[in-house]
Write a protein that binds this ligand. Structure first.
Ligand SMILES: Nc1nc2c(ncn2[C@@H]2O[C@H](COP(=O)(O)OP(=O)(O)OP(=O)(O)O)[C@@H](O)[C@H]2O)c(=O)[nH]1
Ligand SMILES: [Mg+2]
Length: 308
């Protein structure tokens, strides 16, 4: 069992606390305060993911705080396992300031030979803004700049908005999944069974609704995608109910539009609970059920090695 320290940084008003609040509401993250001497109170949010306890440090981004962190860098930034850096992509005027702040954090990591994986959250990418070319160009530019400037870091990125809860879940899930290369094996397994079941999507959640791994059909059309998002939302909702009501059913089929079915399967393993979520055409249901136990055997093998 490991403790994972995740720093969430970015300028004031970037949306860090909002991101964590969205997660708290949806899942059972526990909120707490760490008293850090001398003056600052850092709020941290905690969850357990695959047997590891993850602490998310919400680092207030106002200038006066940034100056304090700078003075006591060791206290705040040492032993960081993952940096999530949030940039408000609607606030072009402050891109430069934000990149400077990112630079000062990475300078600390470089100075101390810390090989910290980084996820950049291009935040406030609200659903209604997705079609704006200027916004998308800004993101590409920022991304290229960052990747070019810091070739020695492993940098992932994700567009996020608090109005798109899936994007927030993906942000956290990608972040946590880079700690173990067995996730790669899981991804291959999902790819294999996606083809075998001929389904549209295959997703594994932990009991808090954090995505452990996911796989989608390549040629997913926009209609299907909207349905898929609805399905994930519904499954997260169901997950929450299952937790609250101590629901014991092992699976649940729900009919969706266009002869599609959503299937949620509960898997209990070494006292940990996982969920497999599948979106599939109705006529393929029997075939799915026939082959599902083989899939579960292979899945359990990998999860076992992840938990050990
Ligand atoms: N449009 C939009 N607004 C957002 C989003 N996320 C956060 N906001 C807004 O941005 C403002 C700042 O959000 P906070 O979460 O307080 O920002 P913060 O990064 O924690 O700021 P500091 O604590 O000062 O560092 C609030 O008014 C939020 O409602 C988003 O995805 N889209
Ligand atoms: Mg905040």
């Amino acid at each position: 069992m490991k403790n994972i320290k995740v720093i969430i940084s970015g300028l004031d008003n970037a949306g860090k606390t909002s991101i964590l609040t969205a997660l708290d509401k949806k899942f059972d993250f526990q909120k707490d305060i760490i008293e850090l001497k001398p003056t600052i109170r850092i709020e941290y949010h905690k969850t357990v993911f695959l047997g590891n306890t993850c602490y998310f440090w919400d680092m207030g981004g106002q200038k006066k705080y940034r100056e304090i962190y700078k003075k006591k860098e060791d206290l705040y930034f040492s032993e960081t396992d993952l940096l999530i850096y949030v940039i408000d992509i609607q606030d072009k005027e402050r891109f430069e300031e934000s990149l400077n702040y990112l630079n000062s954090i990475l300078a600390f990591f470089i100075k101390n030979n810390m090989d910290v994986p980084i996820i950049i959250s291009f935040h406030k990418y609200d659903p209604e803004l997705k079609g704006y070319p200027e916004l998308n160009e800004n993101i590409i530019e920022l991304r290229e700049y960052i990747i070019e400037k810091y070739p020695s870091f492993q940098i992932l990125h994700q567009q996020t908005s608090i109005y798109d809860i899936i994007s927030i879940i993906q942000l956290i899930s990608y972040g946590l999944s880079i700690f173990d290369n067995k996730f790669f094996e899981l991804s291959l397994l999902l790819e294999k069974y996606l083809i075998e079941f001929n389904c549209s999507s295959l997703i594994i959640f932990d009991k808090n609704g954090i995505i452990i791994t996911e796989y989608y059909k390549d040629e997913i059309n926009p209609n299907l995608y909207v349905q898929l998002i609805e399905l994930i939302k519904e499954h997260l909702f169901l997950l929450k109910r299952i937790q609250e009501e101590d629901y014991k059913e092992d699976y649940n089929f729900t009919s969706m539009e266009n002869n599609m079915l959503s299937y949620l399967h509960r898997l209990e393993f070494k006292k940990e609970i996982f969920f497999v979520s599948v979106q599939i055409k109705e006529e393929l249901k029997d075939m799915l059920l026939e082959r599902f136990s083989d899939f579960l055997v292979e899945l359990t093998n990998i999860i076992e090695s992840l938990l050990s």
